[in-house]
Design a protein. Structure first.
Length: 463
């Protein structure tokens, strides 16, 4: 039963390993899906940020090209509206360079406003939020070095990428900042332009809203900031998930690999279980007496080397009972070996009822047995077990028309610290022969008086 339990344990351990392997395969696959999706998501965010930065940079460069120029400065100062539109305002009205251009005086007063598809200046087109924000920031910057300020502006549901610079000639002489008009220009990030930006990036529809928009955590996001780096808008979209596509494509291979791994675990588990049980059965056979089912001498020696027995000897908590059947030869000679075998089996059964479940019972010879007792008071338990054996084993049994009694001579040896197993066993053997000699009240013809005295090392007990 114990062998089968161990074999089953090995089988189910390998099955569990197979299940764990399959689980790990799927965990790795899911992790790879997440990893690929994360890389794609991060790459898309980087791309969107780069595209937006490119948009800002392009607007900034175009604004500097338009503003850092003698001609528009002269035309504004001279009030030549027609020439100003033709050389300056048309950049918004007739060109895709800008969606709008605002021109403010040095003190912030609106002078001109140009817009896509509107071919005259119309101050009513000016977005006051955009104009005031960029005017205030640019007014605080020095004349030199010449530069533009950029950022995003969000107002009334409309987002714009904006750049602003002073309209001034190459030579500024003794003029101050207030002497130079200001140009504010940019692109509106309306739905059509967002779609145009998203196209090369192969993204789903880009959605633009305020920075506090309620957006699902699964969507990718990029915040748009104003010239003070404060969030003014949120651009979000449904990210691509290439990992999911790869997983679906690889799923048949993953399932096949999982099935192969589990099948290998089942096969290995069965093979290991069978081999282990066969090996343990062989060991059990080698350590077991086939007639009585008790441990044989080999099995007893194996148990004697266990940590439990060694520790019990060290602690002086072990007793060895050496049993030898009396007149067993007479049963064999008169009733035959079959009756003798039956007598041994009956004696084994009766003694088994007299000892405890965890006591060790072994047959070490034809009619010789050893019982190993582990107890805190080994001397006391040895006497108790001996009385039980006497009570149960001395009952008569019949074979054919004859009745026999099975009794045994018992020698007892109590472990003492520092003794070896062989010494304790030898002491029990000698005590048994002393008990056998005392019970017959005559010398054993096989031993001299000196031998008898040497063997009588403990108080004999006759059962």
């Amino acid at each position: 039963m114990r062998n089968a339990t161990l074999a089953n344990r090995i089988f189910f351990t390998l099955i569990a390993n197979g299940i764990l392997t399959v689980a790990l395969i799927f965990i790795v696959a899911v992790w790879m899906v997440h990893f690929v999706n994360t890389l794609a998501r991060e790459a898309a965010v980087d791309t969107v940020e780069n595209v937006l930065q490119t948009e800002i940079n392009a607007i900034s460069k175009s604004t500097v090209d338009y503003a850092y120029w003698d001609l528009p400065y002269d035309l504004i100062k001279s009030g030549n509206d027609g020439e100003l539109y033709a050389n300056f305002g048309s950049g918004a009205a007739d060109s895709s360079t800008f969606d709008f251009i605002y021109v403010l005086d040095g003190d912030g007063t609106p002078l001109y406003a140009y817009h896509s598809d509107i071919y005259v200046s119309d101050l009513g087109l000016i977005d006051d939020q955009v104009a005031s924000t960029f005017y205030n920031t640019l007014s605080a910057t020095p004349l030199e070095p010449y530069e533009a300020v950029t950022g995003y502006s969000y107002d009334n549901g409309t987002m714009a990428a904006v750049a602003s610079a002073r309209i001034r000639p190459d030579e500024i002489g003794d003029k101050t900042k207030a002497d130079f008009p200001i140009m504010i220009a940019g692109h509106w990030l309306h739905a059509a332009r967002l779609d145009m930006l998203a196209g090369p990036m192969m993204l789903d529809q880009l959605v633009l809203g305020p920075p506090d928009s309620d957006v699902s955590a699964s969507r990718s996001k990029v915040y748009l900031t104003d010239i003070d780096s404060a969030p003014v808008g949120l651009l979000h979209w449904e990210p691509a998930r290439p990992g999911n596509i790869v997983f679906v494509a690889a799923l048949p291979i993953i399932l096949a690999l999982s099935l192969l791994s589990f099948g290998a675990a089942v096969f290995s588990g069965r093979a290991a279980s069978v081999q282990t049980k066969a090996l343990l059965d062989q060991q059990q056979i080698a350590r077991t007496d086939p007639l009585t089912g008790l441990y044989n001498r080999t099995g007893l020696e194996h148990i004697a080397t266990s940590s439990r027995i060694i520790q019990s000897i060290t602690n002086g908590q072990l007793a060895v009972l050496y049993l030898d059947l009396n007149n067993f030869k007479d049963i064999n000679d008169s009733a035959g070996h079959q009756a003798g075998d039956r007598a041994l089996q009956l004696f084994t059964k009766r003694v088994g009822e007299a000892i405890r479940e965890d006591d060790v019972f072994a047959r070490v010879g034809g009619d010789e047995f050893i019982i190993v007792l582990v107890d805190e008071d080994p001397d006391k338990i040895a006497k108790v077990i001996a009385k039980r054996i006497q009570s149960l084993s001395n009952q008569p049994f019949r074979t054919g028309d004859k009745t026999y009694r099975i009794s045994a001579s018992v020698g007892v040896a109590i472990a003492a610290g520092g003794q070896s197993w062989n010494t304790i066993q030898r002491n029990a053997d000698r005590a048994m022969y002393a008990a056998k000699y005392a019970s017959t009240q005559k010398k054993d013809p096989k031993y001299s008086e000196a031998d008898r005295r040497q063997r009588q090392v403990t108080e004999p007990a006759e059962i």
